[in-house]
Design a protein around this ligand. Structure first.
Ligand SMILES: *Cc1c(COP(=O)(O)O)cnc(C)c1O
Length: 376
């Protein structure tokens, strides 16, 4: 069976882990954590990067930093992973779910303004498949209504947005804060792992405190204060050096990984562009493609089930994705009842195809062929 995903190992992971272990310093915020954070800040223009144990943790940190509390509303797309919403639900917020575009699972930026009330605190755009949301529109709304923008950039490492001003900015560097994932299903991985990026300087100092159990330990180790103690709320959000060492090996190979993933993505696109059986992903002019995911949209759920079955028969594992959060067991009774048709359509019809570093072009071509001929 060709799996849907297979994490790529560069070969240097255990070497750097050995080095970290040998150094005797294996708790968080050591040499490898610093190397990773410095790389991300200097390559992608984040004002501050903090490694976390997951993207979910980074989102939880952002909710704490934003002072989200009971009575606050947070606008989140319904077609996303649970973490995007739960990080704010834990703080007591009410989630106001937004719909996707008709031709793209991202939050429909033209439908956000109607959802804003005087209780709205934040908008959380998710860059689905690593393809940018319309950040100019979202940032303009945030400025107009004094809201925070927290990008869920879990899938969006090394992807960019070209603004109306013509400037190309890395995803995760545009909102006030952003959260990335290095889970084994993402482009660069550390098993479990994530990162919070902070672009609004007001939040940097407090982010370090929340990261280190509500203490000013980071400042102490830089010699900025002469003792450290409990100064704020927080938790243990920082990963050990063992995880950071693993991630460093991946970072060293990020260009090779990205080149291969984009090659495979383009092969799918070329192989499927002349058929009319499924709809292909649309990358808007303002967005780039980071080769995170190749998905197609089937005609309906039966059509998608038929494609999954015929791929499985030939040994290829293709998978569907999110189930609209507004109709989830946990949240549907709390949802305000609006129907979100595009989110439900992607719930039923979106199909993700195998895409991982070691996949071969011939396999992509075989999968594309099968899909081209799988008319309902
Ligand atoms: C993977 C993912 C997450 C969760 O990432 P973890 O690192 O597993 O916590 C959150 N949001 C989106 C959109 C994701 O794809």
């Amino acid at each position: 069976m060709i799996p849907f995903n297979k994490p790529y190992l560069t070969g240097k992971e255990t070497h750097y882990i050995y080095d970290a272990v040998n150094s005797g310093k294996i708790s968080g915020n050591g040499k490898y954590t610093q190397k990773c954070q410095t790389f991300f800040e200097s390559h992608y223009g984040f004002k501050k990067a903090l490694l976390t144990t997951s993207c979910t943790d980074a989102l939880e940190m952002s909710a704490m930093l934003a002072n989200i509390g009971p009575g606050d509303e947070v606008i989140v797309p319904s077609f996303t992973f649970v973490s995007t919403a739960i990080a704010f639900v834990r703080q007591g917020a009410t989630i106001v779910f937004a719909d996707s575009y008709a031709d793209n699972p991202n939050i429909d930026a033209d439908k956000i303004e109607a959802l804003i009330t005087d209780k709205t605190k934040a908008i959380v755009p998710v860059h689905y498949a690593g393809v940018a949301c319309d950040m100019d529109k979202i940032m303009e709304l945030a400025a107009k209504y004094n809201l925070l923008v927290i990008e869920d950039a879990a899938q969006a490492i090394d992807s960019f947005y070209v603004g109306k001003d013509g400037v190309k900015r890395a995803l995760g560097s545009i909102g006030h804060m952003a959260a990335f994932s290095f889970h084994e299903t993402k482009n660069i991985v550390s098993g479990e792992g994530g990162m919070l990026t902070i672009n609004d300087e007001r939040f940097i100092n407090r982010a370090e405190i929340i990261w280190e159990k509500g203490t000013n330990r980071a400042e102490f180790f830089r010699g900025e204060v002469n003792k450290y103690g409990w100064v704020d709320t927080g938790s243990s959000f920082l990963p050990s050096e063992v995880i950071a060492a693993f991630l460093w090996a991946q970072i060293e190979n990020i260009d090779v990984i990205q080149t291969k993933r984009k090659l495979l993505w383009n092969a799918y696109f070329d192989g499927l562009k002349t058929q009319s059986n499924v709809i292909l992903p649309q990358v808007p002019d303002y967005a780039t493609n980071n080769g995170h995911m190749f998905y197609v949209t089937a005609k309906d759920i039966e059509h998608r089930t038929a494609i999954i079955a015929s791929l499985k028969e030939k040994g290829y594992h293709a998978v569907f994705h999110y189930i609209s959060l507004h109709s989830s067991d946990y949240y549907q009774a709390k949802h305000d009842g609006r129907s979100l048709e595009q989110s439900d359509k992607f719930t039923d019809c979106l199909l993700r195809l195998p895409l991982f570093f070691e996949l071969e072009i011939e396999q992509v071509n075989a999968i594309s062929d099968l899909i081209s001929h799988k008319v309902k």
